[in-house]
Design a protein around this ligand. Structure first.
Ligand code: F6R
Length: 244
Protein backbone atom coordinates (compact mmCIF):
# COMPACT_ATOMS: atom_id res chain seq x y z
CA UNK A 1 0.00 0.00 0.00
CA UNK A 2 1.35 3.40 -0.94
CA UNK A 3 0.12 6.67 0.62
CA UNK A 4 0.71 9.94 -1.24
CA UNK A 5 -0.23 13.18 0.51
CA UNK A 6 -0.60 16.25 -1.69
CA UNK A 7 -1.01 19.86 -0.58
CA UNK A 8 -4.51 20.42 -1.94
CA UNK A 9 -7.26 19.11 -4.21
CA UNK A 10 -5.58 20.39 -7.42
CA UNK A 11 -2.34 18.58 -6.61
CA UNK A 12 -4.17 15.42 -5.62
CA UNK A 13 -6.01 15.43 -8.97
CA UNK A 14 -2.81 16.14 -10.92
CA UNK A 15 -1.09 13.18 -9.22
CA UNK A 16 -3.98 10.79 -9.97
CA UNK A 17 -4.19 12.00 -13.60
CA UNK A 18 -0.41 11.54 -14.00
CA UNK A 19 -0.73 7.93 -12.84
CA UNK A 20 -3.53 7.33 -15.35
CA UNK A 21 -1.45 8.91 -18.11
CA UNK A 22 1.53 6.70 -17.25
CA UNK A 23 -0.74 3.66 -17.36
CA UNK A 24 -1.98 4.64 -20.86
CA UNK A 25 1.57 5.37 -22.04
CA UNK A 26 2.51 1.87 -20.95
CA UNK A 27 -0.62 0.13 -22.29
CA UNK A 28 -2.62 1.92 -24.99
CA UNK A 29 -5.59 -0.47 -24.72
CA UNK A 30 -5.90 -0.11 -20.96
CA UNK A 31 -9.20 -0.93 -19.29
CA UNK A 32 -9.98 1.79 -16.76
CA UNK A 33 -12.46 1.51 -13.91
CA UNK A 34 -13.97 4.94 -13.27
CA UNK A 35 -15.86 6.68 -10.48
CA UNK A 36 -18.21 9.65 -10.39
CA UNK A 37 -18.81 12.22 -7.65
CA UNK A 38 -17.03 15.40 -6.62
CA UNK A 39 -13.67 13.75 -5.94
CA UNK A 40 -12.68 12.60 -9.46
CA UNK A 41 -14.01 15.68 -11.27
CA UNK A 42 -10.65 17.46 -11.13
CA UNK A 43 -8.86 14.30 -12.27
CA UNK A 44 -11.03 14.23 -15.39
CA UNK A 45 -10.24 17.93 -16.01
CA UNK A 46 -6.52 17.08 -15.92
CA UNK A 47 -7.02 14.18 -18.34
CA UNK A 48 -8.87 16.50 -20.75
CA UNK A 49 -5.93 18.93 -20.53
CA UNK A 50 -3.49 16.13 -21.40
CA UNK A 51 -5.70 15.20 -24.34
CA UNK A 52 -5.98 18.79 -25.64
CA UNK A 53 -2.17 19.09 -25.45
CA UNK A 54 -1.84 15.92 -27.51
CA UNK A 55 -0.18 14.06 -24.62
CA UNK A 56 -2.67 11.24 -24.15
CA UNK A 57 -4.61 8.97 -26.48
CA UNK A 58 -7.86 7.31 -25.45
CA UNK A 59 -8.66 5.74 -28.83
CA UNK A 60 -8.05 2.18 -27.61
CA UNK A 61 -9.06 2.66 -23.98
CA UNK A 62 -12.02 0.78 -22.51
CA UNK A 63 -13.87 2.01 -19.44
CA UNK A 64 -16.19 0.49 -16.86
CA UNK A 65 -17.92 2.74 -14.36
CA UNK A 66 -18.49 1.67 -10.79
CA UNK A 67 -22.16 2.45 -10.37
CA UNK A 68 -25.39 4.12 -11.41
CA UNK A 69 -28.66 5.08 -9.74
CA UNK A 70 -31.73 3.01 -10.50
CA UNK A 71 -34.66 5.09 -11.75
CA UNK A 72 -32.81 7.86 -13.59
CA UNK A 73 -32.57 7.85 -17.36
CA UNK A 74 -29.14 8.23 -19.00
CA UNK A 75 -30.16 11.77 -20.01
CA UNK A 76 -31.02 12.84 -16.46
CA UNK A 77 -28.42 15.41 -15.34
CA UNK A 78 -28.00 13.57 -12.04
CA UNK A 79 -27.32 10.21 -13.64
CA UNK A 80 -23.76 8.95 -13.64
CA UNK A 81 -24.12 8.34 -17.39
CA UNK A 82 -24.71 12.06 -17.87
CA UNK A 83 -21.90 12.97 -15.46
CA UNK A 84 -19.31 10.87 -17.30
CA UNK A 85 -20.20 12.26 -20.73
CA UNK A 86 -20.27 15.80 -19.42
CA UNK A 87 -17.10 15.65 -17.31
CA UNK A 88 -14.92 13.42 -19.49
CA UNK A 89 -16.10 11.37 -22.43
CA UNK A 90 -17.48 14.24 -24.56
CA UNK A 91 -14.08 15.94 -24.44
CA UNK A 92 -11.67 13.11 -25.34
CA UNK A 93 -11.13 10.72 -28.26
CA UNK A 94 -12.60 7.66 -26.60
CA UNK A 95 -14.55 5.29 -28.85
CA UNK A 96 -18.11 5.41 -27.45
CA UNK A 97 -18.49 1.65 -27.94
CA UNK A 98 -15.69 1.13 -25.40
CA UNK A 99 -17.57 2.99 -22.65
CA UNK A 100 -19.51 0.91 -20.13
CA UNK A 101 -21.67 2.50 -17.45
CA UNK A 102 -24.29 0.50 -15.60
CA UNK A 103 -27.57 1.18 -17.29
CA UNK A 104 -30.76 0.64 -15.38
CA UNK A 105 -33.14 1.53 -18.21
CA UNK A 106 -33.37 -2.14 -19.23
CA UNK A 107 -36.06 -4.39 -17.77
CA UNK A 108 -33.91 -7.16 -16.34
CA UNK A 109 -31.47 -5.53 -13.96
CA UNK A 110 -30.30 -8.85 -12.42
CA UNK A 111 -29.30 -10.09 -15.85
CA UNK A 112 -27.60 -6.79 -16.55
CA UNK A 113 -25.50 -7.19 -13.37
CA UNK A 114 -24.34 -10.69 -14.38
CA UNK A 115 -23.48 -9.48 -17.88
CA UNK A 116 -21.55 -6.48 -16.55
CA UNK A 117 -19.11 -8.72 -14.68
CA UNK A 118 -18.81 -10.95 -17.75
CA UNK A 119 -18.08 -7.91 -19.96
CA UNK A 120 -15.31 -6.83 -17.57
CA UNK A 121 -13.89 -10.35 -17.60
CA UNK A 122 -14.09 -10.56 -21.41
CA UNK A 123 -12.25 -7.26 -21.75
CA UNK A 124 -9.34 -8.85 -19.87
CA UNK A 125 -10.22 -7.29 -16.50
CA UNK A 126 -9.68 -3.80 -15.16
CA UNK A 127 -6.07 -2.60 -15.31
CA UNK A 128 -6.52 0.51 -13.22
CA UNK A 129 -9.49 1.29 -11.01
CA UNK A 130 -10.16 4.76 -9.59
CA UNK A 131 -12.30 4.86 -6.46
CA UNK A 132 -13.59 7.54 -4.14
CA UNK A 133 -14.99 6.85 -0.68
CA UNK A 134 -18.19 7.79 1.11
CA UNK A 135 -18.05 9.35 4.57
CA UNK A 136 -19.45 6.05 5.87
CA UNK A 137 -16.65 4.07 4.19
CA UNK A 138 -18.62 2.94 1.16
CA UNK A 139 -16.74 2.07 -1.99
CA UNK A 140 -18.79 2.46 -5.16
CA UNK A 141 -22.26 1.90 -3.62
CA UNK A 142 -21.14 -0.99 -1.42
CA UNK A 143 -22.67 0.37 1.77
CA UNK A 144 -21.66 -0.80 5.26
CA UNK A 145 -23.47 -4.09 5.97
CA UNK A 146 -22.91 -7.48 7.55
CA UNK A 147 -22.25 -8.93 4.14
CA UNK A 148 -21.30 -7.50 0.76
CA UNK A 149 -21.75 -8.75 -2.77
CA UNK A 150 -18.78 -10.11 -4.65
CA UNK A 151 -20.08 -9.17 -8.10
CA UNK A 152 -22.12 -6.35 -9.62
CA UNK A 153 -25.44 -6.10 -7.84
CA UNK A 154 -28.47 -4.00 -6.89
CA UNK A 155 -28.18 -2.16 -3.56
CA UNK A 156 -30.26 0.05 -1.31
CA UNK A 157 -28.47 3.31 -0.59
CA UNK A 158 -27.66 4.11 3.04
CA UNK A 159 -29.58 7.02 4.62
CA UNK A 160 -26.29 8.85 5.04
CA UNK A 161 -25.44 8.47 1.34
CA UNK A 162 -28.89 9.71 0.30
CA UNK A 163 -28.46 12.73 2.57
CA UNK A 164 -24.96 13.57 1.31
CA UNK A 165 -25.83 13.03 -2.37
CA UNK A 166 -28.98 15.15 -2.06
CA UNK A 167 -26.71 18.17 -2.64
CA UNK A 168 -26.95 17.38 -6.37
CA UNK A 169 -30.76 17.10 -6.41
CA UNK A 170 -33.62 19.62 -5.99
CA UNK A 171 -34.78 17.83 -2.87
CA UNK A 172 -33.81 14.78 -0.82
CA UNK A 173 -37.00 13.02 -2.02
CA UNK A 174 -35.61 13.09 -5.56
CA UNK A 175 -32.53 11.03 -4.67
CA UNK A 176 -32.97 7.44 -5.89
CA UNK A 177 -33.04 4.86 -3.10
CA UNK A 178 -31.45 2.09 -5.13
CA UNK A 179 -28.46 1.70 -7.40
CA UNK A 180 -26.42 -0.80 -9.38
CA UNK A 181 -22.90 -1.15 -8.10
CA UNK A 182 -19.83 -3.17 -8.94
CA UNK A 183 -19.28 -5.56 -6.06
CA UNK A 184 -16.20 -5.48 -3.84
CA UNK A 185 -14.94 -8.64 -5.58
CA UNK A 186 -15.15 -7.01 -9.00
CA UNK A 187 -13.29 -3.97 -7.67
CA UNK A 188 -10.64 -6.04 -5.90
CA UNK A 189 -9.89 -7.96 -9.11
CA UNK A 190 -8.50 -4.79 -10.71
CA UNK A 191 -4.73 -4.97 -11.26
CA UNK A 192 -4.17 -1.62 -9.62
CA UNK A 193 -6.44 0.57 -7.47
CA UNK A 194 -6.11 4.29 -6.85
CA UNK A 195 -8.20 5.62 -3.98
CA UNK A 196 -8.55 9.41 -3.97
CA UNK A 197 -9.92 11.45 -1.06
CA UNK A 198 -9.86 15.15 -0.31
CA UNK A 199 -11.24 17.64 2.16
CA UNK A 200 -12.03 17.60 5.88
CA UNK A 201 -15.20 15.59 5.26
CA UNK A 202 -13.08 12.57 4.36
CA UNK A 203 -10.52 12.90 7.18
CA UNK A 204 -12.34 10.60 9.64
CA UNK A 205 -12.67 7.84 7.08
CA UNK A 206 -9.02 8.17 6.00
CA UNK A 207 -7.85 8.15 9.63
CA UNK A 208 -9.99 5.11 10.47
CA UNK A 209 -8.62 3.25 7.45
CA UNK A 210 -5.01 4.06 8.29
CA UNK A 211 -5.23 3.47 12.04
CA UNK A 212 -7.43 0.39 12.34
CA UNK A 213 -5.91 -3.00 11.68
CA UNK A 214 -9.20 -4.80 11.06
CA UNK A 215 -11.06 -5.56 7.84
CA UNK A 216 -14.83 -5.52 7.99
CA UNK A 217 -17.80 -5.32 5.63
CA UNK A 218 -19.18 -2.69 8.04
CA UNK A 219 -16.40 -0.43 6.74
CA UNK A 220 -16.16 -1.47 3.08
CA UNK A 221 -13.08 0.63 2.25
CA UNK A 222 -11.12 -1.51 4.77
CA UNK A 223 -11.31 -4.38 2.26
CA UNK A 224 -8.92 -2.40 0.02
CA UNK A 225 -6.18 -3.24 2.56
CA UNK A 226 -6.14 -6.72 1.00
CA UNK A 227 -5.28 -5.38 -2.45
CA UNK A 228 -1.79 -6.05 -3.79
CA UNK A 229 -1.39 -2.72 -5.56
CA UNK A 230 -3.28 0.06 -3.77
CA UNK A 231 -2.23 3.70 -3.98
CA UNK A 232 -4.02 6.20 -1.76
CA UNK A 233 -3.77 9.81 -2.93
CA UNK A 234 -5.13 12.34 -0.47
CA UNK A 235 -4.84 16.06 0.17
CA UNK A 236 -3.64 17.48 3.49
CA UNK A 237 -7.18 18.21 4.69
CA UNK A 238 -8.18 14.58 4.31
CA UNK A 239 -5.25 13.77 6.61
CA UNK A 240 -5.99 16.51 9.14
CA UNK A 241 -7.24 14.03 11.79
CA UNK A 242 -3.80 12.42 11.69
CA UNK A 243 -2.26 15.62 13.04
CA UNK A 244 -0.38 16.32 9.82
C1 F6R B 1 -19.28 7.15 -7.29
C2 F6R B 1 -18.90 6.27 -6.20
C3 F6R B 1 -19.02 6.72 -4.79
C4 F6R B 1 -18.24 8.00 -4.52
C5 F6R B 1 -18.36 8.41 -3.06
C6 F6R B 1 -17.69 9.73 -2.79
O1 F6R B 1 -19.09 6.50 -8.54
O2 F6R B 1 -18.54 5.18 -6.47
O3 F6R B 1 -18.53 5.71 -3.95
O4 F6R B 1 -16.90 7.80 -4.84
O5 F6R B 1 -19.71 8.50 -2.69
O6 F6R B 1 -18.35 10.73 -3.48
P1 F6R B 1 -17.74 12.20 -3.62
O7 F6R B 1 -16.54 12.06 -4.50
O8 F6R B 1 -18.82 13.00 -4.25
O9 F6R B 1 -17.37 12.63 -2.24
Amino acid sequence: MKLIIKKDYEEMCAEAAKTIKEQLDHKKDTTLGLATGSTPEGVYKELIKYYKNGEIDFSQVKTFNLDEYIGLSKENINSFNYFMNDKLFDHINIDKKNIHIPNCDGKNIEEFCRNYDKMIEDSGGIDLQIVGVGQNGHIAFNEPANQLSFGTTIVELAENTIEINSRFFDSIEDVPKKAITMGMGTIMQAEKIIWIANGKGKSKVVEKFLSEKTITTEFPVSILKLHKDLTIIVDEQACSSLGR
